[in-house]
Design a protein around this ligand. Structure first.
Ligand code: FES
Length: 317
């Protein structure tokens, strides 16, 4: 699987809210950037080698600048602190071309967004797209405080289409049910935010048709099952090699152990970088990337966390 690599240059840095930076990135050679659709994210390689994923929050039609919003995470694993403290205009960063695991529905009657904190970033791109194309939308935006809430100025003109909730409401089941109800009977619901919010919305939408609700995970679900499971065998169709995946090793690790140069980034089942086509066999999907319909089709597997229901899988590798 080849992914287009980009050399980017930091073109702007501004404070969007308390502990939230808005960072502009342009192509290092000044050429137009690869196109993306609303909901996409960018995989950035930070100067210390860390790989991090940031949703694009600008105008998807702008091919000159990618905009990302970076919150300073309290439990930062190094990425947000580095971007908040050590990045300056003119710095060069490597990236992979944008990828969208959170695409908008093409035929929804309306779009209802639920954003928690920095989870507003992909949703801002979706709102910009809705405004350009005249599609109806509404937003419930859960924030710890207005001071820390990004894009409030951009959202102010939209009146009661936007409901901002303070942290006191965050995670209350009654409030979540009311937010979910705003999607109506024919709208598509999109949610991005902390795992606790996402899991509450997931529970509240369990009766929705799978294609009517979409999630973008920034971190692995607290309830995600990435456990070892049983061993199984993979056959690599291109080379004809057979590789055993023992209990206690992920499929990705088994591929790496065998010297296969398999793609990956997050290793948590949330970015989609390690997706591989399945030619035969039935995966045991444990990721948070593929939609319910994609998982049911069994056409691909997320190798960093998913396993096999069948004794063998044949992969397009
Ligand atoms: S490496 Fe990110 S989903 Fe597998």
């Amino acid at each position: 699987m080849s992914v287009e690599r980009l050399n980017l240059s930091v073109s702007s840095i501004s404070a969007e809210a308390k502990d939230v930076l808005l960072i502009g990135l342009r192509a290092g050679d000044g050429q137009p950037l690869p196109a993306y659709t609303a909901g996409a994210h960018l995989e950035l390689v930070l100067p210390n080698g860390l790989i991090r994923h940031y949703s694009l929050c600008g105008d998807p039609d702008d091919r000159q600048t990618y905009l990302i919003g970076v919150g300073l995470a309290a439990d930062t694993r190094g990425g947000s602190r580095l971007l908040h403290g050590a990045i300056k205009v003119g710095d060069r960063l490597r990236a992979a071309a944008p990828r969208n695991n959170f695409a908008m529905s093409a035929d929804a009657a309306s779009h209802h967004f639920i954003a928690g904190g920095i989870g507003i970033t992909p949703i801002m791109a979706m709102i910009r797209h809705c405004e350009k194309t005249g599609q109806p939308w509404t937003l419930d935006y859960l924030v710890r405080s207005r001071q820390r809430a990004a894009f409030l100025e951009d959202l102010a003109p939209f009146g009661d289409r936007v409901v901002v909730h303070s942290s006191a409401d965050l995670g209350r089941r009654g409030e979540i049910a009311a937010m979910v109800a705003r999607a109506g009977d024919a709208g598509t619901l999109y949610c991005c935010g902390p795992a606790a919010l996402m899991e509450a919305v997931e529970q509240a939408t369990s009766g929705f048709a799978p294609d009517r609700v979409r999630f973008e995970w920034f971190s692995a679900k607290e309830t995600a099952d990435h456990g070892p499971g049983d061993g199984f065998t993979v056959i690599l169709a291109k080379s004809g090699r057979t590789i055993a995946v023992p209990a206690g090793r992920t499929l990705l690790e088994a591929l790496e152990d065998a010297g296969i140069d398999a793609p990956y980034a997050c290793r948590e089942g949330i970015c989609g970088s390690c997706e591989v086509a399945v030619l035969e066999g039935i995966p045991d999907h444990r990721d948070q990337v593929l939609t319910a319909a994609e998982q049911a089709s069994n056409q691909t597997i997320i190798t960093c966390c998913s396993r096999a229901r069948s004794a063998e899988l044949v992969l397009d590798l």
